[in-house]
Design a protein around this ligand. Structure first.
Ligand SMILES: [Zn+2]
Length: 121
């Protein structure tokens, strides 16, 4: 039963684990900048880079109920909801094939080629 529930969860496990592991702490007795307690990276609006990608993955895959639960528990902050998965470059539309690639519609061009071949024979 637990496995069944697990397989239906659209949020990947690494995203939830990273959201738990990467937590901010204030260096230098509460006077310094916020840093990640787990990886030591600087803590920005969305946390360290690992937490940001985990939050992005969570926001992208989680259901509305899961998002609300994460917000209530503090695993997610409202700013994280604005994170979106960056569109990969290969998903952008490519221009169509160049019309120059098509064979010439002029039949005279082919004719002169055959004439040329016959003349050189
Ligand atoms: Zn971190």
């Amino acid at each position: 039963m637990a496995l069944l529930t697990l397989s239906r969860d659209p949020v990947p496990g690494w995203a939830k684990i990273d959201l738990q592991l990467h937590q901010p702490y204030r260096a230098f007795f509460g006077l310094g900048r916020l840093r990640c307690d787990w990886c030591g990276e600087r803590w920005g609006r969305h946390g360290c880079p690992s937490r940001e990608s985990a939050a992005r993955q969570f926001v992208y895959t989680a259901s509305a109920a899961q998002r609300r639960a994460a917000l209530d528990s503090g695993d997610l902050v409202p700013a994280d909801l604005r994170l979106r998965r960056r569109a990969p470059a290969h998903h952008r539309r490519r221009p169509g094939p160049s019309p120059r690639r098509q064979p010439s519609p002029n039949p005279l061009a082919a004719l002169s080629l055959t004439e040329l071949a016959a003349a050189t024979r």
